[in-house]
Design a protein around this ligand. Structure first.
Ligand SMILES: NC(=O)CC[C@H](N)C(=O)O
Length: 317
């Protein structure tokens, strides 16, 4: 049985222990190889960073190394879009787990171009397109980056241009998804512009520590930190957490919710952002992926962290 509350000292031991255990794992999954800059990343990396309510950060492993956040960026674009457009957002994208791979196109046809949720590629492209109804593409990208820097409290976060270029050169399936949705009217801007912004926000690079910091507003009901400035309405922060829990890991979302019990969002760069509401924001990175495109060790590490801290959205506090 985990101790309550978890002290910083005990958490330090837990995080160090988990990093040591992960270093010894032999089944590390498979690094994404659809673009060269991701294929080159060494699967030996592992990082775990936990930020507590008072801002104390506890970390272990390669916490100062940057990685491509990829689909984790969909959390930030959703927060930005919800903040700008409110409930109107939901006319373009659903809130139902897809049970399909992140880049699947099949449901789009029989569900008349309405993506199941904002975290599969189709849904995230629709969210990005909605941001473009208020901004020109360059401005939209600037807004997204500025939002991420603001919530992370860190100006030293940027887009990796080599990743963005590779995404653009190989993104045929995303191009198909966008064109399909354009035909149904789910997206209304020029497809190339929407995709340009999408590919670039997927190419944001961050460290596990920066990612944990950037997720804090979700742990504190939409405030930057406890008692801090409001980023988004509490209701919206709760909606995003709910979607992370139900849809954050694609066709393995049920499994992640079952074994970790916390909202989480993964990306094919091997990053996972997880949120223990009221208690902590967590950034985890290990580039080897499971078959659904989620970090293999990241998922395992978060399961152990939740178990040893007792953190769960289903536990009494
Ligand atoms: N799951 C992911 O991280 C996918 C993001 C990737 N950029 C894509 O669009 O395919």
């Amino acid at each position: 049985m985990a101790e309550h509350p978890v002290t910083a000292g005990r958490l330090e031991r837990i995080v160090t222990e988990i990093a040591e255990e992960m270093a010894a794992q032999t089944n590390r999954g498979k690094v994404a190889d659809y673009i060269p800059p991701l294929a080159r990343v060494d699967p030996a990396h592992f990082a775990l960073a936990v930020v507590l309510p008072d801002g104390t950060t506890i970390s272990a492993g390669d916490c100062t190394m940057r990685f491509s956040i990829q689909s984790v960026s969909k959390v930030f674009t959703l927060a930005l879009a919800l903040g700008k457009m409110g409930e109107q957002m939901w006319s373009r994208v659903g809130r139902e787990p897809s049970g399909d791979p992140f880049n699947s196109i099949v449901q789009l046809e029989y569900e008349r171009g309405l993506p199941r949720n904002p975290f599969i590629n189709a849904g995230a492209i629709a969210v990005t397109d909605s941001i473009l109804s208020s901004y020109m593409p360059k401005e939209a990208l600037g807004e997204i980056l500025q939002f991420v820097r603001f919530v992370a409290g860190d100006e030293d976060i940027a887009i990796d241009p080599a990743v963005a270029r590779s995404e653009q050169e190989t993104g045929f399936r995303n191009i198909a998804l966008a064109n399909f949705m354009r035909e149904f009217g789910t997206i209304d801007g020029p497809v190339e512009q929407t995709l340009g912004v999408y590919f670039h926000h997927c190419a944001i690079a961050m460290t596990a520590r920066q990612l944990a910091m950037a997720g804090r507003f979700l742990a504190y009901d939409g405030c930057l930190y406890p008692g801090g400035p409001r980023v988004i309405a509490a209701r919206m922060a709760r909606q995003i957490n709910t979607l992370m829990l139900t849809c954050g890991h694609y066709d393995r979302s049920g499994e992640f919710a079952f074994s970790v019990g916390l909202p989480g969002k993964s990306g094919v760069g091997g990053g996972i952002l997880a949120v223990a509401p009221g208690q902590a924001a967590i950034g985890c990175w290990s580039p080897g992926l499971n078959r659904s495109g989620n970090s293999e060790l990241g998922s395992r590490a978060l399961e152990r962290l939740a178990e040893r801290t007792g953190w769960s959205v289903f536990a009494p506090r």
